[in-house]
Design a protein. Structure first.
Length: 215
């Protein structure tokens, strides 16, 4: 059954990308644990995010797997950002096995960068001093090209969250940073525990004892 689902998803991916053109990337992820580090099994218009077959899952997918597990909900029309600053409108749809286990994810990433630039040009002509600022726009989530780059970025975000350089962090600071990484799904990445424990100067035993300690 898994094979037929994958075949159908590939057909759908190709059809969607063909309908919306070269600015529309459609990607199929295999969510089984052994493939999470290279979850991309099919991709059309991979130039949009510079990914290819064998690339890893995006932060949005990892975060959803970590927080929701079998209760994964589809995510529609959220903003993402590529390594080179392109802004995408993204949708992620999860496909489950008969027993309810998440097996595949179908991702649609449409590059709206040029559309936003055009919208901005029009707005600059029509805005008046009384117009409200664009404060309601979502902040795009980043889609890294490489799974290791994504882990590095998540570690940087955890340090920024604490606001203290690692050499000066207290135990509570490190607990806060590590729980941020856990919530973001960082520990779903193979051997991430080794890298994180080394970065924060603690043992792996201490690392995992910090997880959820303040929840």
């Amino acid at each position: 059954m898994g094979v037929s689902r994958l075949k159908l998803l590939k057909q759908m991916a190709y059809g969607i990308a063909s309908e919306f053109g070269s600015n529309c990337e459609v990607v199929v992820h295999d969510l089984s644990s052994k493939h999470i580090n290279n979850s991309v099994v099919f991709i059309v218009n991979g130039h949009v995010t510079d990914r290819e077959i064998g690339s890893g899952a995006s932060p949005a997918v990892l975060n959803a797997l970590r927080k929701h597990g079998d209760e994964l909900k589809d995510q529609y029309a959220y903003l993402t950002r590529t390594d080179n600053g392109r802004i995408l409108k993204s949708t992620t749809i999860y496909i489950k096995d008969d027993d309810g286990t998440p097996r595949y994810a179908l991702g649609i990433n449409y590059d709206i960068t040029n559309l936003l630039a055009f919208e901005g040009a029009i707005r600059s002509l029509t805005d008046t001093p009384e117009d409200p600022n664009d404060a309601g726009h979502d902040v795009p989530r980043h889609i890294p090209q490489d799974i290791n780059a994504m882990l590095d970025e998540l570690i940087e975000q955890s340090v920024a969250l604490v606001g203290v350089p690692v050499p000066f962090m207290t135990k509570n600071d490190k607990i806060k940073a590590i729980n941020y990484l856990n919530d973001a799904g960082a520990f779903l990445i193979t051997k991430s525990g080794d890298k994180v424990s080394k970065y924060f100067g603690i043992s792996k035993y201490t690392l995992y004892s910090y997880v959820d300690i303040n929840k």
